[in-house]
Design a protein around this ligand. Sequence first.
Ligand code: GAL
Length: 491
Amino acid sequence: MMNYMGYIGVLGVLVQAERRFPDGFKFGAATAAYQVEGAWNSSDKAPSIWDTFTHHQSENIADGSSGDVACDSYNKWREDIELASELGLHFYRFSISWPRLLPNGFSNVISEDGVRYYNDLIDGLLEKGIEPVATLYHWDLPQNLQDLGGWTNPLIVDWFKDYARIVYTLFGDRVKTWITINEAIVVCEVVYTMGSFAPGISSPGLGSYLCGKNILLAHAAAWRLYDEEFRPMYHGKVSLTNQIFWIEPYSEEFIEEAELTMQYAAGFYSHAIYTKEGGWPPTFEKYIAEKSKREGYPRSRLPAFTEEEKEFVKGTYDFYAVNYYTSRRARALKPGEAAGEWPMFGAGEIGVFLDVHPDWPQAASHWFYVNPPGLRKLLVWLKKNYGDIEYMIIENGYSTSERDLNDIKRIQYYEDHLEQVLLAIKDGVNVTRYTAWTLLDNYEWTDGYTSKFGLIDVDFNDPARKRTLRDSARFYAKLIETHSLDDINMV
Ligand code: GAL
């Protein structure tokens, strides 16, 4: 770990030469519609599952709050772009709210206000020379589609494709980098296995797997649509992004358990797309099939892909996008031991026990323990499993509970992780982008406004939602300006 104040002397010169990012490497920051926009019911916008969840099950939110107003970016987008420009961001990743653009959820009605808002945002970014990177789905499903089963209904593949067609048609001339789905593991596992996110339905090992298969098919449908009808005109790139916890073996003895957990945590939403054989990761598929049999199910709880579906999903990527925050250790469960936490990575389902290393310091979020080398190991693991393709870090950042403008720990987190990115590049992983989560403090899902991830502080008690740059924002701006971790003098 190195200090952000930089190095002096001979060692400094040596290290400096090593801590420069490759030419063309891009830095950005991300947000998501529900977390920043607010304006939850302005004009013809329909409710999303997060509107319903926060309004009717607010006991699940740490401070009982909602994203009704959030950062008010629906009205203050110009200011956000100004700030992004002040930081010198090469790109800004935002998400499009499905129920803002299509109030019916279906593509027969398009909201004029929704179109205007995203046009303004995209044009505003381009005017400042900032590339817009857009996510189609960052968790805010139209409530009426949830009422029809949401991601567990196979028809969502068509609904999502219809939505994607509208989005590409409206914005594809200016947006060239697309993320279809943000973190399928959250959409399917945190929702259905843990029951803790909107829509608050618990269906572990059943709903979670139906969702998993449908979301992969929906992503594939949106990718194929772009590939066939829009790429010839616009020449953009499309993929999904996965949040992956790096899973270390507890000790040498548990390498197999850690690998099986990685196949659950990462392979679940990658294997079908990024490998030559396609379909579910074989180890994991076999495990669930045998377990389902023992449990008396007539077939595996994990729905099989037909050969045709396998072919349909396989190869539907232009790059691999990964969101990294934290790590876990895995070991086998001891006889009679309870599964413990983290069912979203298969604890319980695949008989592993997950915990954190005592040396990994905790951030503000309950799930968040800091392990920078995990990012390098993860990138190397991804390359080994999914090949020598383009990798983008599409989220990485640190949470605090205080509104601290002098956010030393966040700066240290960024520096330590960026250093690991450089090491992964030296290891031969073709990483081309890094995205800080997040531009400004925002609505942190079930943590409400209690966890702050922003480079920029937002005063949520102020109706004007005043934004103030933190030291981490200055650090990031300097990094972007110098393209190196070594020339950042914060004094
Ligand atoms: C990601 C998510 C973001 C943000 C971040 C920090 O999983 O995509 O929306 O909340 O985690 O928790």
